[in-house]
Design a protein around this ligand. Structure first.
Ligand code: ADP
Ligand code: MG
Length: 352
């Protein structure tokens, strides 16, 4: 072989090699809990991706069926048993979600409360149709539930058998299930050796395999006009909880679908909270809890939860973010310079 033919052959080989290493992105779209979920994988062949997508489809169907708060299924059966004082034997993912929710309830001193589903239902939020236009509940109806003080700590587990000493306990995993589902998808992809992927559930997402050289770039879900992105090198979850998308509207007044379980009233004061953390379930639930904490308490509750990266948008449009978040943010300079950066106080429950 002449020297020229050698170089051409070598060149051809290199091109083939780099093709098999650097394959294009492959994506698929799914649906769970009223949200479209986009899954994006990099550096994987089509067959591996397709097999993973088939499994994801199955898993999401199972999660949707098992964790839905009002479509008849295991969770509605469990809630019915609680209200009748009966016991139920359960497998699947509900027990672990009860555990996670209990921990969140404890760490947020009841601001996150997955047992307060009766309040969510009372406000008409067990629906897919937004905005809700039914009248707000009466103070009397709210008080009847508050008096019973539903809590995930009222749930007793005996092996796989569950019961509640409090008939007002109604589980609603709306504040945590989306994150849990995203985690499940990531785990499934990783178990198949896919180590570069992003799962985006309507702006709430988790990514794996970004690097400093090619980080994942994602937009934060926020009110119109606030355009801020985040750069994720490595892995991380970005979840936003907000008051501007799902709400009840009455006589021009808007009541968001996040309820303060201690007052029975929808939250006010913050437009949105974005949390960056390692796991989806935690970022999801934490964002919901900080919406409840509101403008005066979110920094303390974030610290109690051990969070570092949080960005909140207040009702009047002010954007506040933790200092740790600063290097992750991408936005126009005038947007960045309008952000107030804060350092969180010490957490109250840390063991250190
Ligand atoms: P979104 O992502 O739509 O902004 P969240 O993640 O904050 O919403 O979840 C809101 C849902 O969480 C509600 O629809 C309801 O099912 C549930 N929820 C509402 N208030 C609370 C609360 N204080 N603690 C736990 N779950 C809640
Ligand atoms: Mg949430």
């Amino acid at each position: 072989m002449g020297i020229r033919a050698f170089w051409i052959a070598l060149l051809a080989l290199t091109v083939i090699a780099s093709c098999s290493v650097r394959q294009p992105e492959i994506s698929a779209r799914f649906y769970v809990f009223g949200t479209l979920v986009d899954v994006l994988v990099r550096d994987t062949d089509q067959a591996t991706a397709d097999a993973a997508f088939a499994e994801i489809q199955q898993q999401l169907q199972a999660l949707h069926r098992d964790l839905h708060a009002w479509e008849p299924g295991p969770l509605t059966r469990l809630n019915q048993a609680f209200s009748l004082g009966r016991t139920v034997t359960l497998g699947g993912d509900i027990p672990i979600l009860i555990e996670m929710s209990r921990w969140m309830e404890e760490m947020t001193e009841g601001r996150f409360n997955a047992a307060a589903g009766a309040l969510v239902a009372l406000w008409g939020f067990h629906t897919s149709e937004f905005p809700v236009s039914s009248p707000p509940p009466t103070e009397y109806d709210i008080r009847r539930i508050l008096m019973m003080g539903p809590s995930t700590f009222d749930i007793h587990a005996d092996g796989q058998t569950f019961s509640s000493g409090n008939p007002a306990v109604q589980l609603d995993f709306g504040g945590i299930a989306k994150g849990f589902a995203v985690d499940r998808i990531i785990a499934l992809l990783e178990s198949r050796g896919i180590d570069q992927c992003m799962v985006n559930a309507g702006g709430d997402l988790r990514a794996v395999g970004g690097s400093n050289r090619s980080p994942w770039r994602v937009g934060i879900r926020g009110p119109e006009g606030v355009q801020v992105g985040i750069e994720l090198a490595g892995r991380g979850a970005v979840f936003t909880s907000g008051s501007s998308e799902r709400y009840l509207e009455q006589e021009g007044q808007r009541f968001p679908h996040i309820i303060d379980p201690r007052t029975g009233q929808p939250v006010s004061g913050l437009v949105s909270v974005t949390v960056v953390s390692d796991e989806g379930w935690f970022a999801d639930a934490a964002a919901t809890a900080l919406m409840v904490a509101g403008p005066d308490e979110w920094q303390q509750v974030a610290a109690d939860l051990g969070l570092e990266s949080v960005l909140v948008i207040e009702q009047d449009g002010n954007v506040i973010a933790t200092q740790v978040m600063a290097p992750l943010l991408i936005a126009e300079q005038k947007v960045i310079s309008a952000i107030r950066f804060v350092t969180l106080p010490a957490g109250r429950f840390s063991e250190g």
